[in-house]
Design a protein around this ligand. Sequence first.
Ligand SMILES: [Zn+2]
Length: 215
Amino acid sequence: MSRLRHHPTEVVLAGYASGALADGPSLTVSAHLDLCPACRSRVALFEQVGGALLADVEQVDMADDALARALAGIERPQPARRASTPVSKSIGGLALPSAVARREIGARRWVGPGIWVAPIKSNAADGWRTYLMRVPQGVAMPHHGHHGPEFTTVLQGAFVDDNSVFAAGDFGESGEGLEHAPSVHGDSACICLISGQGGIKTSGLMSLVKSFLRV
Ligand SMILES: [Zn+2]
């Protein structure tokens, strides 16, 4: 799918492959991988290389209980899905990526006309906030800054940030200190999967988003 223009960096893909990436960012990467065979290949390569490196390491220094611990990790039963936990296959008319569809997604909270956010429950209390956000066509987000890193995968529509268009499947990474004002591009609403750490600094509309998400 060569139409994708923005991909995770090699560092992010390697972190994903090794399991070092935090839960929320991993979710954004897996949503990108759903639509990007090129990055899937890179991740597969990293997994092979990582496995080979680990095999070398284990020949030299393997703790007595390492195998038992590894097997315990594999065999650990997955928590049963409670009937009260709804599994969202779609939201706002959008079919969700498989990794997201398996997560518990909070109710949509309307922030403004046509604008909503829906928090995604993290598997880890690691300070990352992960959520879906819809912004309608023609809307520019207020200028805002970031206190920490943020990963975004576009699920529907497109947005423009710093003269770059991010369309469905594209992956964006912004670092601490970035200030920007992305706006929706094209003639349909934009829905993004976003995971950020450290929160956002702003006023106006974005402060309302912030209060709903506690980011
Ligand atoms: Zn890619």
